[in-house]
Design a protein around this ligand. Structure first.
Ligand code: A3D
Length: 320
């Protein structure tokens, strides 16, 4: 059987990390695409030379030509610009929308059968625009945010309770912005609800609220520390988990920015929800029961996403 092909559009900080992780896991051959000349070729060469040391078989190439992504099984998109301190994700809208147009057209022309994972911010609007520009079916285009946001929530809870991160099953819904909804009622420590674990460990409700708040601002905290860009190790790791779920038909239930039409009272919007990822792409969106508070928070978050979509449509006539 031929090796799978993974195309990475954007060979920057996340793109390079994705290539390394995919190669180490022998997920397939890897093509790094970027508009910067020489950079994807240089990173590909550097990464290929990890092979003999780490013992992986993966052909890694760099390119500035979309034709080289032909036949890709998975495309992961990080093309665009990341945040700098003081910027919100939404500040990236105008620049990255133009990038999504070029990328969407490249995918449409050369890899129309791929499963496409978008990481570029502002995430929920960019995945929507990428789907529009590529014309791929909605179930084959998805955004990565919830896996990362849930991982951040899980990390902070594990530190607070002094337990293994492996046992924390955390859950974040909604748009990938400061209005995202970490859902404590569906977050457990190996089945033990957070509320109960907090009582057992003597952790106050207000402390849990602080952790929820830190999760919401988790990306900004890293931007503030790095000063020159945004997080890349955990975002790349999260997208790799999604790609593996598709390539391995794993039917994983992951929080992702999926197209929701009908469920959660939504009418054709990309937003963070639990979804089943298997060989069919997004095979199902799981609608969970929420408390009144959680539903109200989700509404605030989806309203923010809808506002961004309107801004996208105003910026680009083709999307209106
Ligand atoms: P960076 O290291 O700047 O890489 C972006 C790459 O995109 C650069 O190499 C650019 O040359 C390239 N690029 C720009 N325009 C184009 C184009 N038209 N076609 C192809 N390549 C192009 O950024 P990064 O890797 O740190 O971040 C990439 C994106 O991910 C940014 O938009 C971030 O905001 C976003 N991000 C999202 C999350 C989520 O959880 C959703 C987390 C972290 C970062």
């Amino acid at each position: 059987m031929a090796r799978k092909k993974i195309a990475l559009i954007g060979a920057g900080m996340i793109g390079g990390t994705l290539a390394h992780l995919a190669a180490k896991a022998e997920m397939g051959d890897i093509v790094l695409f970027d508009i910067a000349e020489g950079m994807p070729q240089g990173k590909a060469l550097d990464l290929a030379q990890c092979g003999p040391v780490e013992g992986f078989d993966a052909k890694i190439t760099g390119t500035n030509d979309y034709a080289d992504i032909a036949g890709a099984d998975v495309v992961i998109v990080t093309a665009g610009v990341p945040r700098k301190p003081g910027m919100s994700r939404d500040d990236l809208l105008g620049i990255n929308l133009k990038v999504m147009k070029a990328v969407g057209e490249g995918i449409k022309a050369h890899a129309p059968d791929a499963f496409v994972i978008c990481i570029t911010n502002p995430l929920d609007a960019m995945v929507w625009a990428l789907r529009e520009f590529s014309g791929l079916p909605h179930n084959k285009v998805v955004g990565m945010a919830g896996v990362l946001d849930s991982a951040r929530f899980a990390t902070f809870l594990a530190w607070e309770f002094d337990v293994s991160v492996k046992d924390v099953n955390a859950f974040v819904l909604g748009g990938h912005g400061d209005t995202m909804v970490p859902v404590t009622s569906y977050t457990t420590i190996n089945g033990i609800p957070v509320k109960d674990m907090a009582k057992i460990k003597g952790v106050s409700e207000s402390r849990i609220d602080e952790i929820v708040d830190r999760t919401r601002k988790g990306g900004g905290e890293i931007v503030g520390l790095l000063k020159t860009g945004s997080a890349y190790y955990a975002p790349a790791t999260s997208a790799i988990a999604m790609a593996k779920a598709y390539l391995g038909d794993q039917k994983r239930v992951l929080p992702v920015a999926a197209y929701v039409d009908g469920k959660y009272g939504l009418d054709g919007l990309y937003v963070g929800v639990p979804a089943v990822i298997g060989a069919g792409g997004i095979e199902d969106v799981v609608e969970i029961t929420l408390s009144d508070d959680e539903r109200a928070n989700l509404k605030t978050s989806t309203d923010a996403v809808e506002e961004l979509l309107e801004a996208c449509k105003n910026l680009d006539g083709d999307l209106a």
